[in-house]
Design a protein around this ligand. Structure first.
Ligand code: PLP
Length: 304
């Protein structure tokens, strides 16, 4: 009993320390330390995963592609019919308030809107949405991941049929990412009806016969902001590319495979299902695109 209590209080200390370490939060109209942010267990985000979210990278104290993230959040809210809780300028104020309280620099800002707190019933309640946000340290790819690339595994896509919505109901993604980790990989690349669609929490690019290919937007995949930035850079630099479906067999014969996201940026997959991709090293096209992305971020940071 006593040892159980000791264990719980040690755990509470670790949780409180972690919460304090990861910085400030915002909940329903006020800023507060993350360790003090409390949400009712009747919140529909908790009970149903009835919520949508965004993860926004911040470089040198400036949110990267904030407008695009807010546009996608607005779309996720509209598609899930969660009432819009804030105008764009209110979102901008919340984001900059968190960045300021976190002391600027490189950060990740997380925004979440749930359908609100109500007695448990599947049908929509008549309630106001819960708005939660926090700022924390940015997790960037390690030097080793950039130098050597990472391993990925393929898995059948077990997720729901509206993967274009950035919804908090992420149990499928969680199980898939965990399976990847348990197989010594950093990501699971998901196969639906014979085509590679995206990763558990990343978008997918391959280089096939010298052409960069990524699957087109649609209900099978999240319209990633990093994916859009990469496509913009490919267009601007006249690099040969296509948006088309990728048959599973083509994924396995591609010269290069990359995954993209706001936190993984653009990472080369150098081992797929235990076999080397190309010569097993990050490829030359990845190096070019990685530099272009770095420059774009540098320009963004310098524009303040
Ligand atoms: N696909 C899925 C399923 C994701 O969860 C994410 C990011 O979390 C992405 C793609 C990449 O999106 P973004 O570049 O906007 O971070």
């Amino acid at each position: 009993m006593a040892s159980g209590r000791r264990h719980r209080s040690a755990l509470a200390r670790v949780v409180a320390q972690f919460a304090a370490d990861v910085g400030p939060a915002y909940l329903d109209g006020r800023y507060l330390p993350l360790s003090e942010a409390c949400v009712s267990p009747l919140d529909r985000g908790f009970l149903f995963g009835d919520a949508v979210y965004e993860v926004i990278p911040v470089y040198a104290g400036m949110a990267f592609r904030l407008e695009a993230h807010l546009r996608r959040l607005g779309r996720s809210l509209a598609q899930t019919r969660i009432p819009l809780p804030c105008s764009d300028s209110e979102w901008c104020r919340i984001v900059s308030g968190l960045i300021e309280r976190a002391g600027g620099g490189d950060l990740t800002v997380y925004l979440q809107v749930t359908r609100g707190v109500a007695p448990r019933d599947h049908a929509f309640p008549d309630t106001t949405p819960t708005v939660f946000a926090m700022a924390g340290p940015m997790s960037q790819p390690s030097e080793k991941e950039l130098r050597d690339g990472v391993a990925a595994v393929t898995r059948p896509d077990i997720r729901w049929r509206r993967c274009d919505i950035k919804a908090n109901s992420l149990i499928g993604n969680v199980l898939l990412r965990q399976e990847a980790i348990e197989n010594g990989a950093v990501e699971a690349i998901l196969i639906r009806e014979g085509f590679a669609v995206e990763g558990a929490a990343t978008n997918l690019f391959i280089v096939s016969n010298g052409v960069i290919v990524t699957p087109p937007k649609g209900v099978d995949l999240l319209p990633g902001i990093t994916r859009d930035v990469v496509l913009e850079l490919l267009r601007r630099n006249e690099l040969d590319h296509e948006e088309r479906r990728i048959p599973e067999a083509e994924l396995h014969t591609a010269g290069e495979v990359w995954i993209t996201s706001s936190t993984k940026e653009v990472l080369a997959v150098t081992t797929l299902d235990g076999a080397p991709v190309g010569d097993g090293r990050p490829g030359s096209v990845w190096h070019t695109v990685r530099s272009l992305l770095r420059e774009a971020r540098g320009r963004h940071a310098a524009s303040r």
